[in-house]
Ligand binder design. Structure first.
Ligand code: PTJ
Length: 293
């Protein structure tokens, strides 16, 4: 009897933690400041928290792991190629008739504040140039779309200070894509000419390009379909890349249109991807495989 009661109690306890009501929660792992991989571990924690908060899709954790592997090969630093790509991207955002930045679950969890800061910088720089439609809005565009997650991502952006967040009331579709992942806003991706897509799925990046959008991607994998489909790909980790893109936008804010066109037209995406991949490959034989300490 005692054994039976204790079984009932423990299985109920497990139920209440794991299967019933609130999703299972545990406190964020305490990562000591001295840990040599602290930044990387904190990024993982943000994503795990993002899953628990309904912002990040479960597939987003896998996508992040793939990105980490490429970042390792890159040496976890911003390369000259990434800076050049940010410069070309900044020129495109300044020249655009209507730019927009697409935000998914991973971007919101890792870099909501940086995305908002970039949108403010681009909007301010375009206003200073007298652009007719100056603002660069943020649009929630999810690949694994649920309306609940769209709302949570939008809330996360608003909490980070975003004024205008699109995507909660889609009224357009990206042609050539089936299901809800095609949904977009005519005020954003639907009516934009330049679309910034950090961590985009390759299928949708290709569909955006076919739709006539100029695509700017941020993607750590230089071989991905997104990286190859984009007109400009910044091969760098998102949280390092967004501030560099903001910095380059500010630096080019006063440049004449002809100068900006020369920068964007002079950028060769395939050559840039080849150079970054070359860096990764060249780094491999040089990696120190002795004990880390
Ligand atoms: O929130 P959702 O539903 O829109 O889904 C978002 C993900 C990212 C899951 C979805 O777009 C997806 O499945 O993307 P992919 O096809 O896995 O592509 C993501 C790309 O981003 C991969 O090439 C990764 O290497 C790269 N990546 C992952 N983390 C980072 C990254 N690039 C830059 N910075 C990162 N932190």
């Amino acid at each position: 009897m005692l054994i039976y009661l204790s079984f009932c109690f423990s299985s109920k306890a497990m139920e209440s933690h794991i299967y019933v009501g609130q999703p299972f929660r545990c406190p964020m792992t305490d990562i000591p400041p001295s840990h040599p991989r602290r930044a990387s571990l904190l990024a993982r924690e943000r994503l795990v928290e993002g899953v628990r908060a309904g912002i990040v899709s479960e597939a987003g954790l896998i996508a992040h792991g793939r990105g980490e592997a490429f970042d390792y090969l890159l040496g976890e630093r911003t390369t000259d190629e990434a800076v050049a790509a940010c410069r070309a991207a900044a020129a495109l955002l300044l020249l655009a008739r209507r730019p927009v930045m697409s935000v998914n679950g991973n971007v919101a969890a890792l870099a909501a504040e940086q995305a908002v800061a970039l949108a403010e910088t681009v909007t301010g720089a375009r206003a200073s140039r007298g652009a007719a439609e100056g603002a660069m809005p943020l649009e929630v565009n999810l690949f694994h779309r649920t309306e609940e997650r769209v709302r949570r991502v939008a809330d996360r952006l608003r909490a980070a200070g975003a004024r205008d967040v699109l995507g909660e009331a889609p009224d357009a579709r990206v042609p050539g894509l089936d299901h809800a992942r095609a949904l977009c806003s005519s005020q954003g991706v639907g009516g934009a000419d330049v679309v910034l897509v950090p961590l985009e799925d390759g299928d949708r990046a290709e569909a955006l390009r076919r739709w006539g959008r100029t695509v700017v991607a941020v993607d750590l994998n230089p071989m991905s379909r997104t990286s190859r489909a984009a007109h400009v790909t910044v091969v760098d980790e998102l949280t390092r890349a967004l501030p560099v893109l903001a910095r380059e936008t500010s630096a080019l804010a006063g440049a004449p249109g002809g100068g900006l066109r020369a920068i964007s037209e002079g950028f060769d995406n395939a050559a840039c991807l080849r150079a970054v991949l070359g860096r990764m490959v060249a780094r491999v034989p040089e990696v120190d495989l002795g004990p880390p300490c």
